[in-house]
Design a protein around this ligand. Sequence first.
Ligand code: 13P
Length: 256
Amino acid sequence: MRHPVVMGNWKLNGSKEMVSNLLKGLDAELKGVEGVDVAVAPPAMYLDLAEQLIGKGESKIILGAQNVDVNASGAFTGDISPEMLKDFGASHIIIGHSERREYHSESDEFVAKKFAFLKEHGLTPVLCIGESEAQNEAGETVAVCARQIDAVINTQGVEALDGAIIAYEPIWAIGTGKAATADDAQRIHAAIRAHIAEKSEEVAKKVVIQYGGSVKPENAEAYFAQPDIDGALVGGAALNAESFAAIAKAAAKAKK
Ligand code: 13P
């Protein structure tokens, strides 16, 4: 049985006050909640504060980040290395988010490099994949997801996915309120798992595949009731302690 993982991607949102309120609120909401891994990815600027607050809290919130570079140190202005993330206790690192693929022209190959670099440093990659609206309408969803995963499999072997997390986020569902139906998401998750199973049934069985894209407390339960949906990567609803905790609790309940 796969252990569900619910992660909040805070994107470019936050202030010291907001980080403090949100993490304190989450700590209170998540007290006593078992059976789900809950992670948050604040902007890198706030990792220090988040690490301190999580350390003081009672619930076991996992610290994550939204990006990493492919270099360890040196003349790479503005970038952040895996060791720096580790220094602040961040373990679950989002890579290949569609916003980075689009606004920073990150290719499948570049994202795969980040994947390898995180693994090399003992960090958990949260590999985002997903199709655009046009690709969806053209019936290319599974092919796009397979290509994005193959960039990792073909360079590092299928075993590289062992212990990693895949987040299926259809681009048209991100921040739009137009979420995929639970049935549609399940169909794609099953296809992604089947694609991995072509290389290794063992790895496919174990890999956590999250759904992301307009996940809210109201629709979370329906996703988690699906056999191949192992958690969620949450944007907007993760900025509120009550709604994010409600999603985490729904995962814990459904995957008992
Ligand atoms: P929303 O939950 O705001 O749609 O964002 C999803 C997302 O992009 C998480 O990485």
